[in-house]
Design a protein around this ligand. Structure first.
Ligand SMILES: Nc1ncnc2c1ncn2[C@@H]1O[C@H](COP(=O)(O)OP(=O)(O)O)[C@@H](O)[C@H]1O
Ligand SMILES: [Mg+2]
Length: 261
């Protein structure tokens, strides 16, 4: 199972957009995908066409009340499964901080995904990909995501302050490697890219110099369809298949599938 955390403590860089559309693009490639929403705003849940107020169990119930992860999984019309989030997740850090090994709660909950009995009763992995949409912080929740994952995808807008905060994120990842030696940055993803913008091109070039081969080749352009789709509870691929946004996330899915881990 390839478990990917979409993280950047900056808000509005395209984490949720990437989580939802990558999940959808991989599902369109016949991959079995689970999307875990780890942000109290529940945007990934809503964007997947699920009413976050109607969840029987949310990720908060899994993390705090020992509800089995499998019981919290909802099937979405988008072709992938979702563990949703809502306001119940806000303030959870304080409650988690009292628990032993509080960085490993999500990872422990996810172990059940590895040994689901198949038709013949043999254990098998439930999903090809698990995508975790993180909140814009380096909170205990994000730490849980990074402990559970091997690869972190870092969406980044090519703007003046793009690199700000990246040192903190890299330091957090380095520190967590002591706990999770497999942890690494799977790729830095340029989002909301406008090729006519000189500054965006300069920053993009700087990112490539800085990160070299951990940059994804795929660049996500600014595309209004990507911003519209969530209001319809759809991924951009289902909302407007022939949009630059849909092409870009499909290309990203291909790049990820081909990537060595
Ligand atoms: N490539 C894009 N083109 C146009 N709008 C985008 C694009 N990516 C994200 N957006 C919009 O930008 C805003 C922030 O994106 P979002 O994915 O919610 O960021 P984050 O989860 O990092 O806070 C949202 O309104 C989203 O619809
Ligand atoms: Mg978000």
């Amino acid at each position: 199972m390839d478990i990917l955390a979409i993280a950047n403590q900056k808000g509005g860089v395209g984490k949720t957009t990437t989580a939802v559309n990558l999940a959808s693009a991989l599902a369109h490639k016949r991959k079995k995908v689970l999307l875990i929403d780890l942000d109290a705003q529940g945007n990934a849940t809503t964007a997947s066409g699920i009413d976050k107020r109607e969840l029987e169990y949310s990720i908060a119930d899994v993390l705090l009340d020992d509800v089995p992860l499998l019981d919290a999984i909802v099937k979405s019309d988008a072709g992938y499964d979702v563990v949703g989030a809502n306001g119940e997740l806000s303030g959870i850090d304080l409650s988690l901080s009292q628990i032993d090994n509080n960085y490993a709660i999500l990872d422990t909950a996810m172990q059940s995904l590895n040994d689901l009995p198949n038709k013949n009763g043999k254990p098998q992995k439930a999903y090809d990909y698990v995508i975790i949409d993180c909140a814009p912080s380096l909170s205990l929740l994000t730490i849980n995501a990074m402990y559970a994952t091997s690869g972190v995808i870092i969406p980044m807008q090519c703007e003046y302050f793009a690199l700000e905060g990246l040192a903190d994120l890299s330091n957090t990842i380095e520190r967590l490697k002591e706990l999770n030696p497999n942890l690494h940055i799977r790729g830095v993803l340029r989002t909301m890219f406008d090729p006519r913008n000189t500054l965006a091109n300069d920053v993009s070039r700087e990112l490539v110099q800085h990160f070299g081969d951990i940059m994804f080749h795929t660049i996500i352009p600014r595309n209004v369809r990507l911003a519209e789709a969530p209001a319809h509870g759809m991924s951009v691929i289902d909302y407007e298949q022939n949009s630059t946004g849909a092409y870009a996330y499909t290309k990203l899915a291909n790049e990820l599938i081909k990537q060595k881990r």
